[in-house]
Design a protein around this ligand. Structure first.
Ligand code: OGA
Ligand code: ZN
Ligand code: ZN
Length: 395
């Protein structure tokens, strides 16, 4: 008989529903819940997720048990709903004598019936000019710095829309550090921990000149493009330098409708990106559109000024150019473009793997322009959201 540890997790799982019937079947256990939801949980899945202290370390909450150590003919002897410390647990007695006490809140939160998985898909709103002009999430610097609920609201909308504007930021050099660290670790790169977007005679990037920057993602030259990009405006009173942002997910979705062939080509044919400098030489090769195992779009990778020569099978060259030209042409359509001027004290934050950004050329004879930027990976954003949610649900 094994001792019991609360959960294989640090998060809490409120019990909002309980199983009212359970049937041992050939595949595993079928649970019927008090709200009629049905979970069919397979034998090995249940055994793999036993939260007892033999199977999961109560200190690290990491799994100790390895499922390949279960006998191939493992089966369930008995299932019952029992009370442990006044809380209901689904108790499973296994053919090898092991006992698992599963938390109903945890089980329901991890149920993999189609309907349950559907509900867990996080909502992301794609946008064009009209939609984002109405819905651009805006937050107050002091609020998000001092109030965790305001922080969570920012970060959730940040994830859903891929963009947010933080107003009333201080205009001291370096103050962006504090805002970014509200989320998590800053991702340092060869451009620095914070980078100064200012015109320099020894520029190692088009960003550090006064030229127009076409719509792009930053650091497509790296295996992992930074997730969030921050652009903190310290001064922007030179003529020009307006910002343009486009939701790459929306453009890609529309291209998919318009021409599945061109969309597929951009998800398949790799492009090369080079970041040439005197002391570094970063390169990466990947398709313009990245999809996951479910075929969902996860990333856009594009920057004309960093593209290397196309190096693919001759059979793909014409198709690539057709698809790439059409995609870029669509991003140039003003109906997709959020267009505005950053003012001193504004911090623009966007998902650099989704939202393309551009700026117009500017003229330093007419004033000054200084932004500071930094990157924070998507992982940091999602982790902070989960931690803030966990603090909200602590009983
Ligand atoms: C950059 C960039 C935009 C701007 O630094 O990568 O795109 O408005 N800057 O200067
Ligand atoms: Zn166990
Ligand atoms: Zn950029």
């Amino acid at each position: 008989m094994n001792s019991y540890s609360e959960l294989a997790s640090f998060a809490s799982y409120p019990i909002t529903s309980l199983p009212v019937e359970w049937h041992i079947e050939a595949e595993g256990v079928r649970l019927i819940w008090d709200d009629q939801h049905v979970s069919l949980l397979h034998t090995f899945w249940l055994r793999d997720n036993c939260p007892c202290s033999e199977c999961v370390s109560p200190v690290t909450r990491e799994q100790l048990f390895e499922i390949c150590d279960a006998p191939a003919d493992l089966h369930i002897r008995d299932v019952s709903l029992t009370a442990v410390a006044e809380q209901q647990r689904l108790t499973i007695c296994w053919s090898d004598g092991h006992v698992s006490r599963m938390h109903p809140g945890w089980l329901r939160a991890h149920c993999y019936a189609d309907a349950a998985r559907q509900q867990r898909v996080s909502v992301q709103h794609t946008w064009d000019r009209q939609v984002i002009n109405r819905h651009l999430p805006q937050h107050d610097y002091q609020q998000v710095m001092t109030n965790n609920n305001a922080l969570l609201t920012w970060l959730q909308t940040q994830h859903q829309w891929g963009i947010a504007m933080i107003r009333n930021s201080p205009t001291e050099v370096g103050s962006l550090n504090h805002l970014a660290q509200r989320i998590g670790m800053i991702r340092e790169t060869n451009f620095g921990r914070l980078f100064d977007v200012i015109s320099r005679s020894d520029a190692n990037s088009a960003a550090y000149t006064t030229v127009r920057l076409p719509l792009h993602t930053d650091l497509p030259t790296r295996e992992l493009q930074p997730g969030l990009q921050f652009l903190h405006c310290l001064r922007n009173d030179a003529e020009g330098g307006e910002s343009i942002l486009v939701d790459g997910f929306r453009v890609a979705a529309d291209l998919r409708q318009e021409s599945p062939e061109l969309y597929q080509a951009l998800t398949r044919i790799p492009a090369d990106f080079y970041n040439k400098d005197r002391h570094s030489d970063y390169r990466f090769r990947a398709p313009i559109l990245q999809t996951d195992a479910d075929g969902e779009l996860t990333e856009v990778r594009v920057a004309n000024f960093l593209r290397g020569p196309l190096d693919v099978s001759a059979n793909d060259v014409e198709l690539f150019y057709r698809a790439y030209r059409r995609f870029i042409e669509k991003t140039r359509d003003s109906r997709y473009q959020l267009y505005f001027r950053l003012d001193a004290g504004d911090t623009l934050v966007f998902d650099n793997r989704r939202v393309l950004h551009a700026r117009n050329a500017f003229d330093l004879k007419s004033g000054g322009r200084h932004l500071q930027g930094c990157y924070v990976d998507r992982d940091e954003l999602l982790s902070r959201i989960r931690i803030l949610q966990r603090q909200q649900t602590v009983e």
